[in-house]
Design a protein around this ligand. Structure first.
Ligand SMILES: *Cc1c(COP(=O)(O)O)cnc(C)c1O
Length: 235
């Protein structure tokens, strides 16, 4: 068994244990494998271990990988999630190639993705990225802008609003992690009273997955714990 397969099994058991510990249903948390900067072979190794959902942060890298996987392994049906910052001149390849987008934070991006989504592919599944920490250096819409953006997205035929995503401040103590995640979960609860189709809370990474699950995450985005440390300069 490859390291990547072992890591996926390990993470899956940690997710299972975290769900059990706080009394959540089995399979209520989906694992998104974040493969940014990692080579194609790593994605294929993860797919061999049964992993189907992959997250990418950089548009060109992601689009290239999606195309190559289709050529090399057409039998695989993988789901591709765009989770990185979005510049408005890069929305077209995202709309054309990805299945999900986690990082919508302003109206213009939502409108462009809607216009550029090929109708035959069906609606793009989208999340609004929220800046729960209030740090101006972090991306994400503010909490009070979320409802406005959600109203807009709901009116766009080629986007389906599925929920919220956040990248909280990087802290190591469990209680602070939990508090930040609970804040997003609370907001999601309010939003889902207005928008019934909402079912996805994308939060938790390699270093804070357990707290995210306790707070109600339905999708954890795991890179390092599956694929190892990233070496940006070597890519
Ligand atoms: C890189 C990245 C991840 C994965 O982070 P790890 O700490 O490697 O698990 C998750 N979400 C986003 C938005 C990322 O950019």
């Amino acid at each position: 068994m490859s390291n990547i397969q072992q890591n996926i099994e390990h993470i899956s058991s940690l997710i299972h244990r975290a769900q059990q510990k706080c009394g959540r249903a089995p399979d209520s948390v989906q694992l998104l494998a974040v493969s940014k900067t990692k080579p194609l072979q790593d994605i294929l190794a993860a797919a061999k271990a049964g992993q189907t959902a992959f997250g990418e942060n950089y548009v060109q890298e992601g689009v290239d990988k999606i195309q190559k996987v289709r050529e090399i392994a057409p039998e695989l049906t993988l789901q591709w999630h765009f989770i990185g910052p979005i510049q408005s001149n890069k929305t077209k390849p995202i709309a054309e190639s990805f299945d999900w987008v986690h990082s919508i934070e302003r109206a213009k991006i939502a409108q462009r993705l809607n216009e550029q989504r090929p109708v035959e592919k069906g609606p793009l599944q989208v999340l609004i990225q929220v800046n729960t920490s209030g740090e101006s250096s972090k991306s994400g819409t503010t909490e009070h802008e979320v409802f406005q953006l959600a109203e807009l997205i709901s009116s766009l035929p080629n986007l389906t609003l599925r929920g919220l995503m956040s990248i909280p401040a990087n802290v190591s103590d469990y209680q602070s992690q939990l508090n930040a995640f609970k804040q997003l979960a609370l907001l999601q609860g309010k939003l889902s009273q207005r928008f019934e189709q909402i079912d996805t809370l994308s939060m938790g990474m390699s270093g804070d997955m357990e707290a995210a699950i306790e707070a109600g995450s339905t999708m954890v985005r795991i890179g390092t714990a599956i694929f190892g440390a990233r070496h940006y300069n070597k890519q």
